[in-house]
Write a protein that binds this ligand. Sequence first.
Ligand code: PLP
Length: 391
Amino acid sequence: MPTAYLDHAATSPVRPEVAEAMAPFAGARFGNASGSHRVARDARTALEEARDEVAALLGAAPREVVFTGGGTESDNLAVLGGLAASLAAHDGAAALVHSAVEHPAVVESARAAERGAARLAGVPPLSRRVAPVTPDGAVDPEALGGLLGPEVRLVSVMAANNETGTVQPLDEVARLVRRLAPRAVLHTDAVQAAPWLDLAVVAAGWDLVTVSAHKLGGPKGSGALVVREGVALEPLSWGGGQERERRSGTHDVAGAVGLAVALRQAAKDRDAEAHRVAALRDRLADGLCAVPGVTRTAPGSNVLPGHCHLLVEAVASEELLVLLDRDGVCAAAGSACASGALEPSPTLAAMGVPEDRSRGALRLTLGWTTTAAEVDHALAVVPAAVASLRR
Ligand code: PLP
């Protein structure tokens, strides 16, 4: 039976160039990059070459790249570490702002910061402010402006959303924040945007930038946080002082090499790939929207090329996903927790999608391996599954 893997936003297959480049580090090149002898130096050379490449591809200097254990860790380090540094530098009232559609790695870090400040005597209360989005999922600049002020220490707005693929107006947000909240550190979670957008351009004005290798065809558990020169950051892990004291722990050299190669491959033919994948996505979305009661979630908005997010009336996502899986279509509903249970999506709620409609959310995400045959297979399977559930 053919399989259509349409869940690239969850993770993308590892690129062959990545697997090949990482292989030696599971064998002969096993050194600890912090040591001084030849085996260690060999590992360090590989690590620093990876850093140079990641930096160049992200529009940063090598010293601005902190290797981490993935997107979640980078987001935690940015939100908690950026905030802690700012609280240490300035007294007085403090607030942080994030959009209503951030990934849980940002939202839960912000909540943890809020709880932590509440517990620590002597630290002024920290207010967490959530910036609303318009029905197409983009941050509403006017509403964001109303939340900003000199007390705001950190603003986190993702480059593109993991569920709907909506691309945020980062330039406009950055200009607004710099004007109205001059003390704020700007963080963007660019995990979903990285395969499709040139972050050297899109995130140029941002202080802290999160990326994760496995959404790019790299390994899981490897990511980076760009920390621009002069931006203060408190570490979250303490130990040997690796990564210029910003992230202690023996380096995952293979992971860093995998991230560099994945970014390189994604950048190599980004425009052509974006064009190819968007055409496949549009064919898929148009075909599925011909089914009565199936609509695109944010039809007019600026969406990543790989994302096809639909609302299917009178069908529950969980049941639809089971049928699709049975018939060889790997898809998602968009918001899942670790247990696999589906919860109503906060992102869709923030966009004003009523709960009964969001229960029929279907996220099909295409990527570098997606073929026309996979799209054809989904175009045959999804309508049949929807019809059978409705019966
Ligand atoms: N941020 C976004 C927008 C994501 O989509 C994800 C993963 O789904 C993460 C952060 C977390 O990244 P990781 O899986 O590398 O921890």
